[in-house]
Design a protein. Structure first.
Length: 93
């Protein structure tokens, strides 16, 4: 299990919880969240995210769209999913 504030990622069950309430994520959203939580407080480029999360090459737009969907599902914690224009994204405390 990996935690970030009120978020818990259960790597054995492939599930995520905020304050013990399960968040329903797609496989890609889960993998993105896991990668971000595993690299919290770091800004990661779109290229790094794409290479680590997707099995096939994807566009920057696919990364942006997935980040946007994930941010909405994280509700209040979504504000910690930060965009650094010209650099990338990061899950910052």
């Amino acid at each position: 299990m990996i935690t970030f504030k009120d978020l818990t990622v259960d790597t054995d069950r492939k599930t995520c919880y905020i304050e013990d309430k399960e968040i329903l994520l797609t496989k890609t959203e889960y993998n993105l969240l896991l990668f971000l939580v595993s690299n919290k407080n770091k800004i990661l480029t779109r290229k790094e995210l794409a290479k680590s999360v997707w099995d096939v090459p994807v566009s920057d737009r696919a990364v942006d769209t997935t980040v946007s969907r994930l941010r909405k599902k994280l509700k209040g914690l979504g504000r910690n999913l930060t965009t650094r224009v010209g650099f990338g994204y990061g899950l910052l405390e």
